[in-house]
Ligand binder design. Structure first.
Ligand code: FES
Length: 116
């Protein structure tokens, strides 16, 4: 049996690597799925999945990349400025987020493209 030292350098304990629980992001209606690390933006997740989302500023200000969250919204970081102001200016409800400004946290997030 091979024993690797942990962070403390204690070779008597098995190495226990940090475990990052990936977040599943589903893109509908095309049915593409990607698993990403917590903290990844929906825009970066879409790029990883090979899904194109039109963008403009990529800073949460123009609203070009608005998407509808169909499920798992509690697995997203809450919206903050400037995303909140942009969504409000656009008159979009609480199910909408800006993909460049929205970071995933946990669980399974279902994103509806083309709903805006
Ligand atoms: S690209 Fe402008 S708000 Fe996301």
């Amino acid at each position: 049996m091979r024993v690797l030292a942990g962070r403390s350098g204690d070779a008597t304990k098995p190495y226990d690597p940090p475990c990052v629980k990936l977040v599943e992001v589903q893109f509908e209606p095309i049915g593409k799925v990607v698993f990403v690390s917590p903290g990844t933006t929906l825009l970066a997740a879409s790029e990883a999945a090979g899904v194109e989302i039109a963008t403009g500023c990529t800073r949460g200000m123009c609203g070009t990349d608005a998407v509808c969250i169909e499920g798992g919204g509690d697995g997203l970081q809450p919206a903050v400025l400037p995303e909140v102001a942009t969504l409000e200016r656009m008159g979009l409800g609480p199910r909408f987020r800006l993909s460049c400004a929205t970071r995933v946290q946990h669980g399974v997030v279902r994103v509806r493209l083309g709903a805006f």
